[in-house]
Each structure stands twice: as structure tokens, then as C-alpha cells.
Design a protein around this ligand. Structure first.
Ligand SMILES: [Zn+2]
Length: 323
């Protein structure tokens, strides 16, 4: 429910309807022309940026809101169009930031692999924070976040990866994990954050879990990966609890010449990878936490760049195609 989201006189509704039409138009990615060589093997930062804009046009994606439901539909539709099965994991929760009782729904998309080696899990949160509580203007602090970088950037990479991988069989299976309820906690209390990923990690191995039984090679979490000045260090929890996996991924980035990835220790971020680290799964959070528009009204698509998204998408695509 988004009843606490200010929407005077319903002015956002026509905007949302227009946005939904735009998002539908964006559902179809032409890809490459037949015979155009290996262009479809290349991750397009421009396309990913389009998908950032399309998500923001849906309105706030607060758990339980119409924008959240619309984005879930877009994820399922994209998966279906690309030929991949998708499923949901839903449960009731109270959002600490608003007190709203909502249903939280994670989405998992499976890309089958050709071999029986360990798969790769790639995650991002698709919900947006209900309030811009770090906005310099006090009057804006109860407004909902647009969430271009904080939310939409990681999801855009996952959505475009589906498009790039449509019709292909990677060497090992890939699970794309779309987490709900990441960003509705109260500052200073990590227990209210990562509600969706917490439940998903807890349920791993249980009957009804949306995750495969077998442990993956590793999990890569994408959060705030669209910043124009992208610089991703080795997040501290990842480095401490999954050092080998962290180094492996950063070495791959260096080998590919992706200069946004800097192999030096970064700050610890309590994020959707933590519940998986607790389950013993090697999990790496790719995050640029040095973003001055974080949790403000200014977290809009013009703060993101195609070049940044291309670096992140190219790295993940390489890890998928060459285990
Ligand atoms: Zn956030």
C-alpha cells in the first residue's frame, strides 16, 4: 500500500498511465539485425539506460504500490518474451519506515545452462524507498524516491541481460533475483532493510524455495551501479566473508579493462548480499555508495550514464558466458 505517499489530487495517475504505455513500448528490444555478427553478445549501456527511464516512469516502486506491481509485471513480461521461466515468492510484512502492512514479492527468473556446473546468481532490488529522507530540503523528505540509481540501475542491467541472453544457452544456469522490500527500513537499524532477500536466503533449501537446491558459484548483487562517476570498490562485507569470489570478479573486471572497478577495500554496506553471506554463499555487492543524490528527490535518470551501466553489464555477461 502506498497510502502515505503524497499524491495531491491524483496528479500522478495520468503520468503513470502515460508511463505504462512508454514502458510497454520499451518491452520490445529489436536487438541486432539478422546477420549482424556478434552485436547481440554485447551489453548495450544505451538500452540499459532506456530501461532505467522506463522504470522511473512507472512511478515509485514502494512495496505494495501500483508502481511496484507494474514493475513486477514488466519483469515477468520481459522474461516471457525472452523465453525464460519466472516465479514469485510473496509474504506479508510491515514496512518499518511507513508502518504500512504490505505483501512483499520477490521475483526469480531462471536462465537454463548447458552444463551441470554450479550456477551464477545475480540480484538487484526493484523496490524504491518510500521517503527521500536524506533530501537537503525538509519539505521533500516525505516524498517518495524516484530511484533511478537506487533501484532501477541494477534492475535495468538484469532486464537487459535477459534480452542479450534470449535464445542462448550459457555454460551454467543463471538465476536472476529481483528483491522486493530492500529499502523501507529505518536509518541506523539494519533489521528493517533487506526484507525480500532475507526471506529468500532463509528459504533456500526449504520446500517451495524459488532457488535451486545446489549452491551457486557465487552471487553478484548490483545496487547503485548507474552513477555517472561510477567507481566500485571491494565492499567490506563481501571482501571479509567471500574474499576469493570478490577477488575473482575484480580480476575479471581488470582483465576486461573496466576501470569503474577498483580493487581496493570499500566501506561495509548492509545490503541484499548479507543474508546470503550468512547462509555461506559467496556473495559480492557491486555498489558505488559514494552518491550524493542517495535517498533524495534528485536520484533521477539524468544522474545515470549508459557508459557506467555498460561496464557493469559487460562484466556480468562475461562471468555468465565464461565461467
Ligand atoms: Zn536505498
Amino acid at each position: 500500500m502506498s497510502s502515505r505517499v503524497p499524491d495531491p489530487a491524483g496528479i500522478f495517475l495520468p503520468l503513470r498511465l502515460a508511463a505504462a504505455a512508454l514502458a510497454l513500448a520499451l518491452l520490445v528490444w529489436p536487438g541486432r539485425a539478422p546477420g549482424a555478427g556478434s552485436e547481440k553478445d554485447v551489453f548495450s549501456g544505451e538500452r540499459a539506460l532506456e530501461l532505467v527511464v522506463a522504470q522511473c516512469e512507472l512511478g515509485p516502486r514502494i512495496p505494495g504500490s501500483p508502481g511496484n506491481a507494474a514493475l513486477r509485471r514488466l519483469i515477468h513480461d520481459t522474461a516471457g518474451r525472452c523465453g525464460f521461466p519466472s516465479r514469485e515468492q510473496c509474504f506479508p510484512a510491515v514496512l518499518p519506515l511507513t508502518g504500512d502492512e504490505v505483501e512483499i514479492c520477490n521475483v526469480v527468473v531462471s536462465i537454463p545452462g548447458g552444463g551441470d556446473g554450479p550456477g551464477l546468481w545475480v540480484g538487484a532490488h526493484f523496490d524504491t524507498r518510500p521517503h527521500c529522507d536524506r533530501d537537503p530540503d525538509p519539505a521533500a523528505r516525505l516524498e517518495p524516491l524516484v530511484g533511478a540509481n537506487d533501484g532501477a540501475s541494477g534492475v535495468a542491467v538484469l532486464l537487459h541481460l535477459m534480452e542479450v541472453l534470449a535464445g542462448r544457452v550459457p555454460p551454467a544456469g543463471v538465476e536472476l533475483l529481483f528483491f522486493d522490500g530492500e529499502d523501507a527500513g529505518l536509518g541506523g537499524d539494519p533489521r528493517g532493510f533487506c526484507l525480500g532477500s532475507g526471506r529468500m536466503a532463509e528459504s533456500w533449501g526449504e520446500f517451495g524455495s524459488p532457488l535451486p537446491q545446489a549452491a551457486p558459484r557465487g552471487l553478484i548483487l548490483l545496487d547503485m551501479v548507474g552513477d555517472r562517476d561510477l567507481l566500485i570498490p571491494q565492499e567490506a562485507y563481501s571482501l571479509q566473508y567471500a574474499p576469493e569470489w570478490t577477488r575473482t570478479v575484480f580480476e575479471r573486471a581488470q582483465a576486461l579493462g573496466l576501470d569503474a572497478f577498483q580493487p581496493f577495500p570499500g566501506p561495509p554496506v548492509f545490503d541484499d548480499h548479507v543474508p546470503f553471506l550468512r547462509r555461506g554463499i559467496p556473495a559480492l555487492d557491486l555498489i558505488d555508495f559514494d552518491y550524493r543524490f542517495w535517498h533524495t528527490l534528485e536520484d533521477t535518470p539524468n544522474k545515470c550514464s549508459a557508459g557506467s551501466l555498460a561496464q557493469v553489464g559487460s562484466l556480468v555477461l562475461d562471468l555468465i558466458l565464461t565461467p
